[in-house]
Design a binder for this molecule. Sequence first.
Ligand SMILES: NC(=O)c1ccc[n+]([C@@H]2O[C@H](COP(=O)([O-])OP(=O)(O)OC[C@H]3O[C@@H](n4cnc5c(N)ncnc54)[C@H](OP(=O)(O)O)[C@@H]3O)[C@@H](O)[C@H]2O)c1
Length: 315
Amino acid sequence: MSHAVVHRRIGGPDVLEYVEAEPARPASGEVLIRVDAAGVNPIDAKLRSGIRPSPPLEGPRRVGADGAGTILEVGEAVEGLRTGMPVVVTGAQGLYADMATVPAAAVTPRPHTVDAATGASIGIPASTAYQALRSLSVGPGDRLLVHGGSGAVGQAVIQFASAWGAEVIATTSSRRADRVRELGATPVPYGEGLTDRVRTLSRSIDAALDCAGTDEAIQTSIEVVSDRSRVATLVRGADAPGFGIQAYAGGAPYGLSEQQQAWRREAVPVTLALIAAGAFRVEKGPAYPLRDAVRAHEELERGTDGKILLLPAQS
Ligand SMILES: NC(=O)c1ccc[n+]([C@@H]2O[C@H](COP(=O)([O-])OP(=O)(O)OC[C@H]3O[C@@H](n4cnc5c(N)ncnc54)[C@H](OP(=O)(O)O)[C@@H]3O)[C@@H](O)[C@H]2O)c1
């Protein structure tokens, strides 16, 4: 019997239920996946709790946008994917499950050398980081300030931006400064006096990306970057127009452009190739059996180091 995590109400972590649920046979353009690992993202908790509005619940809603596993069955009109292929899935729904039927467009072949837990950790974080940096035109010689540098998105931002020739200053807790440094950024502790500390490190900052969502992150960014078209938030989208800065989803009153969506898709195979080549690092955090999704979301909301994972085979 197959299982999935669903919720029938908006609320705290305990609205998540581990239930028996057979996946649908793949229709045209779809693929059935055995999920070996699901990535737990902040957006999962924001949708569950209603922090990010979503259509009214009209029955049990499946959870989870990121995962990795193996293709069990391929529907009609799907090209380039075969039964037995290891894959990464991102931008789908219902990956907190041991099997999931997903659109083929959400599926990317995964090199055999990249394990499922690593593959499940990259979808949303790496694709968001890559798109945001492309949108901000970050490149050689730029000085970039990233807020939340020790998080999943922040770590991807540091690695892409450094690889593209930018110098990165990353805000972090003091506890996590070494991680940020190892990835190639100069750490700066967040908290009172941040703008002065950033100015002490660098007289000019060309672009800033907020992955933290605090007033301090927005204020510091607009104080140290003169061109507001090169300041963006991933979290405070609703407030971005008022500050005259960019927002990429995160509650923005407008959607991603076609180019931005294309960059997000492009990021997944690029990141997988970099990981396979040993040129991109992923920090995995605590792993839970699928039946313990409630605990995983409690941990997500407390804050933890590395990507939280759900491992269906352990349930
Ligand atoms: N718009 C989009 O499309 C999009 C996509 C992905 C993610 N997001 C959003 O981006 C945010 C980060 O996502 P994530 O997956 O990277 O989360 P994450 O892995 O949980 O990381 C969160 C980071 O926030 C940092 N942080 C905590 N308090 C802070 C503060 N007061 N000031 C500055 N940083 C602070 C933490 O640093 P320490 O551990 O060092 O304290 C941690 O590194 C979330 O809000 C998420 O919903 C948006």
